[in-house]
Design a protein around this ligand. Sequence first.
Ligand SMILES: Cc1cc2nc3c(=O)[nH]c(=O)nc-3n(C[C@H](O)[C@H](O)[C@H](O)COP(=O)(O)OP(=O)(O)OC[C@H]3O[C@@H](n4cnc5c(N)ncnc54)[C@H](O)[C@@H]3O)c2cc1C
Length: 482
Amino acid sequence: MYDVLIVGGGVTGCAIARALSRYRLKVAVLDGAADVAMGASRANSAIVHAGYDCEPGSKMARLNVRGNAMFDQLCQELDVPLKRVGSLVLGFSQQDGKSLERLYQNGLANGVPGLRLLSAEETHAMQPGLSDKVLGALYAPTGGITCPYELTCALAKNAMDNGVEFYLGSPVRSIATLADAVEVETEEQVLLRGRYVVNAAGVHADEVSALAGDASFHIRPRKGEYILFDRAVSDFVQMVLFQAPTAMGKGILVAPTVDGNAYIGPTAFNQDDKEDVSVRPEALDELKATAALSIPNLPLSKPITLFAGLRAVADTGDFVIGRSEKNPRLVQAAGICSPGLSSAPAIAEEVVASLAEAGLVLEENPAYSPLRKRKKRFRHMSPQEKAQAIAENPAYGRIICRCETVPEAEIVEAIREMPGVPSVDAVKRRTRAGMGRCQGGFCMPRVMELIERETNIPMDQITKNGGGSRICVGVTRGEAKQ
Ligand SMILES: Cc1cc2nc3c(=O)[nH]c(=O)nc-3n(C[C@H](O)[C@H](O)[C@H](O)COP(=O)(O)OP(=O)(O)OC[C@H]3O[C@@H](n4cnc5c(N)ncnc54)[C@H](O)[C@@H]3O)c2cc1C
């Protein structure tokens, strides 16, 4: 019997799991995917939004501003990168000027600190390379960038270290509500019983809610597509650059990543398919044309990859968070579209409070540690630190991913620590092996060899990303060597 079963191992579910792990509770996270961070939490803009564009009085506004303020401590405790680079919403016309003024007033109402409306001169001085057509901007110093999948993996790892259990590759197919518990059954007919169930199932949260008897909202996926640029040509943007928002969202950005790349995106395309994360060919022209309004000289010939994520847009117009009115054992963390990443730590607080309201007893866990300790990344070490690391463990001297300077030692550590069955992409999300210019062209076979060596999973069973994504289908180890 678990106290809480969490459906969904994205940033929301993992933040809730970690927040619950500070209490003496038996908690499990179930996710249908082979790893955590496989939904929207792996493919988004990675921005810690300041919180000026959410409707005052909405849950989004309150949790975004609160979440933003929690990020410094969170990232410090989990050793996850956070850069407070600041954001600009650029204005190109008098009409945009009115939008910026409205956002500024929204921001004041939401309690966003430090907002300023900038003149054209101030804006161009802050971010060189902008289009001459930029007439001013709204500046938010608390806007930042982080790494969403690293954050999610770190939340999961810290939750695991504090006793939370993870059932990955376990899609929830039914939820039965009993008098004092819920019974959650997975596709493989694993049956788990819990006192409460938390729904953090991303784009599928409406279906999971309906399984538990609450069909009060619907979710429609809204695709966002991106072009990511090579680090070598990414010094053209230092801050997060928005354009005035539209009814479809925050518009197409030009922004840096914490790892030194830059991207343009996302688009906003409503679709019915909840799995399709392909990039539409027509999205590329839209991205290039719109982003060039902000920065005309984009290195459009130097992309290293394209990707897309699906926002979980609920028909309620706001996050759906708190106790279900239909099922006393169900707590929702649903409809978590943007700014869900920025809000995640505050959503977790809110969900814990809802569980307590529902009757969950919160008694401090004396063994709880908020810290995820890990070794400094090899690529961030000084030459002396590198020499010492190699002397202590020669696997630091064997560089597997040359684009991102990832040594064997870091890949082995990631394989040993991950909650699910290791895949090539699970290693990539934790180490950056395969994230560079060659996108794994050189290191993927070597990563596979390490997975095989560390786990005894035969080469032809190793997947790119779980499920049926086997890489060497029909080839046995011996044949592959020949
Ligand atoms: C294009 C785009 C850009 C964005 N940019 C930003 C941004 O810059 N800043 C920001 O704050 N937010 C941003 N967001 C929003 C943010 O990414 C999301 O709010 C956040 O990642 C949602 O996390 P989640 O855990 O709720 O959902 P997800 O990460 O989607 O996780 C849900 C999980 O539930 C699992 N699941 C679903 N159904 C079941 C089932 N039946 N059984 C078991 N498991 C199940 C899935 O496998 C998945 O792992 C963006 C989103 C997108 C798509």
